[in-house]
Design a protein around this ligand. Structure first.
Ligand code: H79
Length: 466
């Protein structure tokens, strides 16, 4: 009896050990930075690279996986197509590049951190790496002659100057590197295209290359707060989980182990307290989790961030279909009420400017944030999180906010109900309105009479309950 109980406990512990979805950082500096990051709530994600020039899906079309979300040019064969894509570097010339303008717009929108693509899967480095000629500062690139050619440095400096936390997006896979995609063989899918067990030295070279590039980014680009590592199929085979399998790509028989312990040691020596996000590889190098293009159903009990495109695409695509300001604000509110951060992506145009619809939305979000930001920043989730169309947040000093989501198409009635708020208030105010609000308790609910003349309050009305 006793033995079988012990056995059960052992099995439970063993299972728990391998099904763990989150491991808190052991370094207190990382914990402190994570808390600081969690208070920022709203960040700007940027995908910019050679794929922005023709305005196509970032990187993916040069791998031979057949998926409906990866459009391909049917007039060229695969090899010609890949050559055409890689040669786009010779056209990169964003003459209107001015990241200070980007940072100004993002700041006005209420964003407080930025994550920028230093290198996507196609391997084109947006920084002055010494490890490869396939980079923005190489003479083959027209923009290399420009004083702001070292794009990553300019972006990081401009946003840091405006008080943003700085995040470096970096793709672990590199489809331009001969030690990842060996030209001897075909490139049928996203994985490295040779058997690492037969060619260990080749993978060792790739690991060294990756380490060196990351060392440059951690050394020569000022303070970096977040290292956001994408390309989760580059991972030890033992860490492959259901999520990885759901991507539908082949799982190689070998480890694509990039040696995170070594990378982390170097990166945190250069950047003490660095937040590391080795996406989907749950464990000590994934300090927060990053659901992509989706919002979790319920609050998660570890730090997280939804990354999502403002249009449909990550990179700039002409005539992309942008989400409305109303939708974006509702997403922000819903995410924050569930304890997450919102990393909202915009793809700059090939000339270096931001698309007009994106600027319009940033400005409109900013107007809402000007009135309501105290219900967003540094808040914590509080049960019941959301009832009907009302989300709740709590500030650190104990105020509760009820964020009443407005449907643009429906005319607001003069009397509204906040169902089952976290607590019954003594005082109720409506942010952006000075006059006293009439309200009363009605069972577990609050009934609020809206004052006239508040038509200027759009997207979400925010009530403060004290
Ligand atoms: O850099 C961006 C993408 O290129 C990269 N990560 C973001 C931040 C990326 N990694 N993996 N993928 C993209 C795979 C994409 C899978 C998808 Fe889907 C399947 C896209 C469309 C179908 C998942 C399901 C995302 C949207 C629906």
């Amino acid at each position: 009896m006793k033995n079988s109980l012990l056995f059960l406990i052992f099995i439970a512990l063993w299972f728990n050990c391998f099904s763990q979805t989150y491991t808190p950082p052991s370094d207190p500096k990382v914990t402190a930075n994570l808390a600081q990051w969690g208070d920022k709530k709203f960040g700007l994600f940027m995908h910019w690279g050679i794929y922005s020039i023709p305005g196509i899906v970032e990187s993916w079309s040069i791998n031979s996986e057949d998926a409906d979300w990866i459009p391909r040019d049917s007039t060229k064969n695969y090899d010609e197509y890949k050559k055409w894509y890689f040669d786009l570097n010779k056209q990169f010339n964003p003459v209107k590049f001015d990241p200070t303008i980007w940072a100004n717009y993002a700041k006005k929108a209420g964003m407080r951190y930025v994550v920028f693509t230093t290198k996507h899967h196609d391997g084109f480095s947006m920084f002055d790496t010494k490890q490869s000629d396939y980079k923005v500062t190489n003479a083959a690139v027209p923009f290399s002659l420009h004083p702001k050619a070292n794009i990553v440095k300019e972006v990081f400096t401009a946003f840091r100057d405006q008080g943003f936390m700085i995040g470096a997006y970096f793709s672990k896979p590199d489809w331009h590197n001969e030690n990842y995609w060996w030209p001897r063989y075909a490139t049928p899918d996203r994985n490295n295209n040779y058997d690492i067990r037969l060619h260990p030295q080749r993978w060792k070279n790739f690991k060294q290359f990756t380490y060196n590039q990351l060392e440059e980014l951690m050394t020569d680009y000022g303070k970096v707060d977040i290292l956001w590592l994408d390309g989760g199929w580059v991972r030890p085979k033992a860490t492959v989980n259901a999520e990885v399998l759901s991507w539908g790509a082949p799982i190689p028989a070998w480890d694509q182990d990039i040696d995170m312990p070594n990378i982390s040691k170097m990166a945190r020596a250069k950047q003490p307290g660095l937040i590391m996000v080795d996406r989907t590889v749950h464990g000590e190098y994934e300090n927060y989790q990053t659901p992509e293009q989706k919002v979790p159903e319920k609050p998660l009990d570890y730090p997280w961030e939804t990354c999502m495109t403002m249009g449909n695409a990550w990179g700039y695509v002409p005539n992309d279909n942008y989400k409305s300001t109303n939708t974006l604000i509702h997403l922000l509110v819903d995410i924050v009420a569930k304890g997450g951060n919102f990393l909202l992506n915009i793809g700059p145009k090939p000339d270096g400017t931001l698309p007009e619809p994106a600027l319009q939305r940033l400005t409109e979000i900013g107007a809402w944030m000007d009135i309501n930001k105290e219900a967003i920043y540094a808040t914590q989730p509080i049960a019941p999180y959301k009832t009907d169309n009302v989300c709740f947040t709590r500030s650190k000093n104990g105020s509760i906010y009820a964020l009443y989501l407005l449907d643009e198409k429906i005319k607001l009635s003069s009397k509204i109900t906040i169902k089952s708020p976290p607590k019954m208030p003594k005082k109720l105010t409506l942010l952006g309105v000075k006059s006293t609000i009439k309200w009363r308790k009605l069972g577990d609910n609050l009934e609020v009479i809206l004052p006239v003349g508040i038509r200027y309050l759009k997207h979400a009305l925010v009530f403060k309950l004290d």
